[in-house]
Design a protein around this ligand. Sequence first.
Ligand SMILES: Nc1ncnc2c1ncn2[C@@H]1O[C@H](COP(=O)(O)OP(=O)(O)OP(=O)(O)O)[C@@H](O)[C@H]1O
Length: 293
Amino acid sequence: MNILEVDKLTKRYGSEIAVNNLSFSLEERTSTALIGPNGAGKTTTLSMLAGLLKQTSGSVNWQNHSGVGFLPQHPQLFPWLTALEFLEMAARLSGIAAREARSRSVETLEFVGLGAAVNKKTGTFSGGMKQRLGLAQAIVHRPKLLLLDEPVSALDPTGRREIMNLLKSLQHETTILYSTHILNDAEEMTDQVLFLRRGQLVEQGSLEEVRERYAEPTIRIRFQDVRSAAHFAEHHNWKARVEGAAVLLPVGETGPRMEEVMLALSKDASGVSGIERQQATLEEIFLKVAGAE
Ligand SMILES: Nc1ncnc2c1ncn2[C@@H]1O[C@H](COP(=O)(O)OP(=O)(O)OP(=O)(O)O)[C@@H](O)[C@H]1O
């Protein structure tokens, strides 16, 4: 069942169209990555879905509007408050009764790994701690749908890992829509990808579907050393790319047929230590989608 349906959503600023005719839906308990370069319209889209910005036209239909949590790109955390004070305030603002707000806040701070920092002022927090607290305010009322604007982009690899792990643990009971330009992370937690370019949805589908559409089938031939790899690439007139001790070779439409490659290898397999099918990364697909006019 769809928890959210977006139809022809559009936002104009004067003559500029920030979001242009967007249509997609979110199925319950799935994760969707909204991917696009700076200025593509990710923040504008999420702000409209969160109800903070009015669309110029189009519609957003909810299954249940009350259960939404939102983490803005730059959350305002009030540096003079402690984590607990901040979260209690957020809990009250989300409609949680006063008698429940404290226990729910403590529980949520524990969940995001800030159990030891409940009484610390948020102004003293590191970037990773701030992002956990931002996430805590988005989930304290246990929303069915979580909207996250660049939840990991400003963090170092360790911080990103921690937040991604937290998000993954929420996946079973929550529908998640998050924007990002860190594609390696998106790859880990995506049932659906939405590619935005200049306000328009240029590609959407499951990661597998999009891969299928854009990825050139490629094989990776691993060699025992760099020299053998280079030697193989040089001796065949194919569009091969040497990557360390491996050769990446597109096969099919733009390259040789698989049989030709196997035949060449059966004649001379010196130095070959393995062959495998190479899957296109989301990054490679994105570059193709972003580059296509
Ligand atoms: N308040 C505003 N007034 C005028 N133009 C705006 C306003 N807010 C956003 N825009 C424009 O709308 C477009 C989309 O911006 P948006 O912030 O949604 O992109 P984004 O994908 O979130 O980018 P980033 O990754 O840099 O945050 C940009 O061209 C931006 O300049």
